[in-house]
Design a binder for this molecule. Structure first.
Ligand SMILES: C[S@@+](CC[C@H](N)C(=O)[O-])C[C@H]1O[C@@H](n2cnc3c(N)ncnc32)[C@H](O)[C@@H]1O
Length: 209
């Protein structure tokens, strides 16, 4: 099925997940309800993260780009998605091209390879839960383990500990073990699982909160 530019844009405007997901290949669409952010959550989260067109948002574990593309269309901020599954990054890129969204990019990498300097705001939809068996695996292309969970979570916590005051984070589900001390939960919306965080103080050891 070829979904046109206007279909994707209209789906975001009307928060129509079914219509948006039709743009994905069948195998990616099939796991959307479990693994990709619903549009109303994506837009609400992006509105908190983006303070102006200069804001650079990193989606940690972006999948096929649903959050990034919806956020980019809804706010005009710049969205970067990183994912360890190259196939999903390709799907995200193809969709962004089809929707003619220019303020979005996708990087195929493990988040552990990324420094967070250069980003102002971060989104996490429980990206590492697969490693704990708390979410069904998306596919069999990557290795999963509790050691990976600890490694990925610690990297995010370390990078966020270095981030400047005022840095914003949104979490959707998850234990928030990657949110270090110094970040305050300043609100939630739609569901208690959607939490808004802001860095309000430096913590001397930068350790997890
Ligand atoms: C629950 S999905 C969320 C996708 C997207 N953020 C959204 O909200 O629609 C989590 C994604 O994180 C990715 N992921 C898990 N561990 C990762 C890591 N260490 N580095 C980069 N991506 C990772 C997975 O491949 C998966 O696509």
């Amino acid at each position: 099925m070829t979904t046109k530019r206007e279909d994707i844009r209209e789906a975001v405007r009307t928060l129509d997940d079914r219509r948006f997901d039709l743009a994905y290949p069948k195998s990616v669409r099939a796991v959307s309800g479990t693994h990709w952010t619903p549009l109303k959550v994506a837009v609400r989260a992006a509105e908190f993260l983006v303070r102006g067109p200069e804001t650079r948002v990193l989606d940690i574990g972006c999948g096929p780009g649903k959050f990034c593309i919806a956020g980019a269309l809804a706010t005009g901020g710049h969205f970067t998605g990183v994912d360890r599954r190259g196939r999903l990054c390709e799907v995200g890129r193809a969709l962004a091209t089809r929707a003619e969204v220019s303020n979005v990019e996708f990087r195929h990498a493990n988040v552990t390879e990324l420094s967070f300097a250069g980003f102002d705001a971060f989104y996490l939809f429980n990206p590492f839960a697969e490693n704990l068996g708390m979410a069904p695996p998306i596919d069999e292309t990557v290795s999963l383990s509790t050691a990976h969970y600890a490694e990925f979570t610690s990297h995010v916590a370390r990078e966020l500990a270095l981030a400047p005051l005022g840095t914003r984070v949104v979490t959707y589900f998850g234990a928030c073990e990657d949110i270090p001390m110094g970040f305050s939960c300043v609100g939630s919306a739609l569901t208690s699982e959607l939490r808004f965080w802001e860095k309000t103080r430096f913590h001397p050891d930068g350790g997890p909160g």
